[in-house]
Design a protein around this ligand. Sequence first.
Ligand code: ZN
Length: 65
Amino acid sequence: MSKAHRGRPLKEETPGSGRGNCPLCKRSGIKLLYEYEVDEKKLVICKQCNSAVKAGKFKEAIAAL
Ligand SMILES: [Zn+2]
């Protein structure tokens, strides 16, 4: 498996190296590397939010989306 979240594969496979605005932390120009599915919605979130979600945070933010 290649490292899909960094380096050359990321640049080749994702436009703009996967950068965008994270829907949870609202940071801009951050790499959105993690897909997170909730209630049939697919969110693409940043690394920080991915770990935060795993830790049980952002539940209200996700429900409000
Ligand atoms: Zn984020």
